[in-house]
Design a protein around this ligand. Structure first.
Ligand SMILES: [Cu+2]
Length: 397
């Protein structure tokens, strides 16, 4: 309590001192001719040129960044709708850049042109209807066109016709991994609920549903080139986001609801690896890895493996500590390879049966151990009883 009082007193003292200095300052007004705080024409000129220097810095850095790191951006899209997304993105970039150059140029030019000057007086200017109309109508029209084009693209991408021939796949998100479920022969995913999660049925598939009988659960996603894949996303715990950058696809995975996305892959993994830009990119990565390996080996570590490209399904919502590592390999096969791969997989129903069968002998083994333990216990008890009886007999004698 005392220390609190001391602190309050100190704070009040500081405030009082501050007020005193202010009063002192006020008493000095008019008594001195110090105008060092008032900008001179020279100051205004310097500020004007610094302003232009800053504008130059922004543009030089932007152009340098584009030249130096521009090649790190995503290249050729690997899905049919990807071209539409990239187109929309590029148009938006061109528009933003053009408008930015014009408006920033005007802003900096007028600031420089009308910089402070001893003989200049600011003009009072309330408003101009003409100017207001120009800068309201032009952006509205441009934005409306952009939004309309965006909506057209969105509808094109998101629309899946009921009668369309698609492959149904479920993507199941949980901290911190992805699991895929194929709909099987009937191409209908069985119902699922988190309450039904048990043993190998990690996705909570309702095994009483006839549609679930041929469902296949895998940890690596294979999809065929040229076929429309209809993904249905679920999440077990928190918000995740299924992100497949090479296919220009992203959709949130929300606990308690099913979200969806569909696309047609246009390059198999093998074809995408052969694209010139990818060959160059991989060679560059491996060059860096080789250099790093030399360093590591010199320090007694192990060399890095060479990198090969693979499509990835990533999580794009920060969902916890290992979010950065939540990913699944995606392989785009030729339709024949895809069929072959899928035919080699066992269904979830078979997996559950196999797990149950594997559990039974284990239970039997446990029973045998229990019997043996009981037998030993009985023998020990009998020996103890005999010894006790003998001791009692001797004592009686
Ligand atoms: Cu996640």
């Amino acid at each position: 309590m005392t220390s609190l009082l001391v602190i309050i007193v100190l704070v009040l003292l500081a405030v009082a001192l501050w007020q005193l200095t202010k009063i002192f300052d006020l008493t000095q007004v008019g008594s001195s001719s110090d105008d060092s705080q008032i900008a001179s024409d020279n100051d205004n000129n310097v500020q004007g040129y610094i302003l232009f220097g800053f504008l130059a810095f922004i543009y030089i850095f932007t152009i340098y960044g584009l030249l130096k790191w521009g090649n790190l951006a995503l290249h050729t899209p690997a899905s049919e709708h990807g071209l539409l997304v990239d187109n929309l993105m590029n148009i938006t970039w061109v528009l933003i850049f053009t408008v930015q150059v014009i408006t920033q140029g005007l802003l900096y030019w007028f600031s420089f042109k009308n910089r402070g000057h001893k003989d200049k007086k600011a003009l009072f200017f309330a408003d101009s209807n003409k100017l207001e109309a120009i800068w309201s109508i032009i952006p509205s029209v441009v934005l409306a066109c952009l939004i309309l084009y965006g909506l057209y693209a969105w509808n094109n991408i998101m629309f899946v016709d009921k009668d369309e021939d698609v492959i149904e796949i479920e993507l199941y998100a949980q901290q911190f991994k992805w699991t895929a479920r194929y709909a099987g022969q009937d191409n209908v995913l069985g119902k699922a609920n988190v309450r039904l999660i048990e043993g190998v049925n990690t996705l909570g598939v309702d095994m009483s549903d006839p549609n679930a009988q041929d469902d296949i659960v895998v940890s690596e996603l294979h999809i065929p080139k040229g076929k429309k894949i209809h993904f249905k996303m679920r999440s077990q715990d928190v918000l995740h986001s299924a992100y497949m950058p090479h296919f220009r696809a992203q959709m949130n995975c929300v606990p308690g609801m099913v979200t969806e996305f569909a696309f047609i892959p246009t390059y198999t993994t093998a074809e995408y690896r052969e694209l010139p830009f990818m060959v160059e990119k991989v060679a560059n990565i491996n060059k860096l890895r080789a250099e790093k390996s030399v360093e590591l080996v010199a320090k007694g570590g192990t060399a890095l493996d060479p990198y090969t490209f693979d499509y990835l399904l990533l999580c794009n919502k920060i969902c916890g500590a290992s979010h950065y590592n939540m990913q699944m390999k995606v392989v785009v096969d030729t339709p024949e390879d895809y069929k072959k791969w899928l035919s080699e997989k066992t269904t979830l129903a078979q997996d559950i049966k196999a797990a149950a069968a594997a559990e039974k002998p284990a239970e039997g083994a446990k029973a045998t151990t229990d019997t043996a333990a009981a037998k030993i216990k009985d023998t020990v008890k009998a020996v103890v009883d005999t010894v006790k009886a003998a001791v009692a007999k001797v004592a009686m004698k």
